[in-house]
Design a protein around this ligand. Structure first.
Ligand code: NDP
Length: 264
């Protein structure tokens, strides 16, 4: 039951209709009997400045989950960043600290992806992974995989310069790990991840080819508008194990609640 004492959390995006976080977050709040609710807020890129000016003044707004297209633009409104947000230069959760007036940004995407993998029994330590994408989600996942002990990482992206930038940063930070640019036909990896937005639309091409992939390689998604995306459907036909995009959200919802001070 929402009352005058209920703590409010927003999720901002444009478009907003596809987001799944409110369902998962509100189910968690309800199961733990926490008096908090997440509400969808449809905010365009041009309205972000006006929105953030107002949001800071809403005293029962604990924070915001931030998604496309605001994850980088929101950096300008954060007075403090956690190390995960600093590394990726993208924020997916903002907390309004009412006593210090700080606006603190973090990024839970990478940790959420790894937690989702572990929950499904996949151990990344000592294993090689391929990532298609070099945007916010891909960068966060790449950081989390190397932090978790991946032995090698291949990065492929439509805009190659973004993949090269990511490879260069990761190599500088992790000189002992094999981090390289990859093509669109991964081969020899234990895990192949779609971290692009391809798959959101029915008309999208597949993010990478599966014809050289070992049949034991796990094919994983970040896209979660449906469980079996076109990529996972093809992977299933090839006999590969598949990993849904929603596991990444399941893996981070408690982290989001803890960051917002709603869970201990
Ligand atoms: P960004 O906009 O930061 O990055 C998008 C990525 O997709 C870039 O690598 C981009 O390549 C690539 N891309 C987009 N369109 C195409 C195309 N037509 N052909 C080839 N590549 C393309 O988005 P995010 O990284 O924030 O989000 C990516 C996806 O991850 C979204 O679907 C989002 O919903 C999902 N996501 C899921 C989460 C979960 O919990 N499951 C959490 C966070 C995100 P280029 O650089 O060439 O433009």
């Amino acid at each position: 039951m929402i009352s005058g004492k209920t703590c409010v959390v927003g999720i901002i995006a444009n478009p907003i209709g596809h987001v799944r976080t409110p369902q998962v977050f509100n189910a968690l709040m309800s199961s733990r009997q926490i008096d908090a609710v997440m509400l969808p807020m449809h905010v365009s890129a041009t309205a972000l400045e006006l929105f953030m000016g107002g949001a800071k003044e809403i005293r029962n707004l604990a924070g915001l989950v931030v998604t496309i297209p605001h994850k980088e633009a929101i950096l300008a409104y954060c007075s403090k960043l956690t190390s995960s947000a600093e590394r990726v230069r993208a924020v997916n959760v903002v907390r309004f600290d009412r006593t210090s007036s700080e606006v603190v940004g973090t990024n839970t995407d990478g940790e959420g992806f790894v937690a989702g993998l572990k929950a499904q029994g996949f151990q990344i330590q000592g294993q090689s992974a391929y990532i298609a994408g070099a945007g916010g989600a891909a960068k966060a996942i790449a950081d989390a995989l190397v932090d978790e002990g991946a032995s090698a990482l291949g990065i492929y992206n439509r805009t190659e310069s973004r993949a090269s930038e990511l490879v260069a940063r990761l190599r500088a930070e992790h000189p002992g790990i094999d981090i390289h640019l990859a093509g669109d036909a991964p081969q020899g990896y234990a895990l192949a991840i779609n971290a692009t937005s391809l798959g959101l639309q029915d008309s999208d091409p597949l993010p990478f080819r599966l014809d050289h992939l070992s049949p034991t390689a796990t094919v994983a998604e970040v896209v979660m508008n449906t469980d079996v995306t076109p990529l996972l459907c093809v992977a299933q036909k090839h006999g590969n194990p598949i990993h849904f995009g929603r596991y990444m959200l399941d893996g981070q919802v408690e982290r989001i609640a803890r960051f917002l001070g709603l869970l201990t």
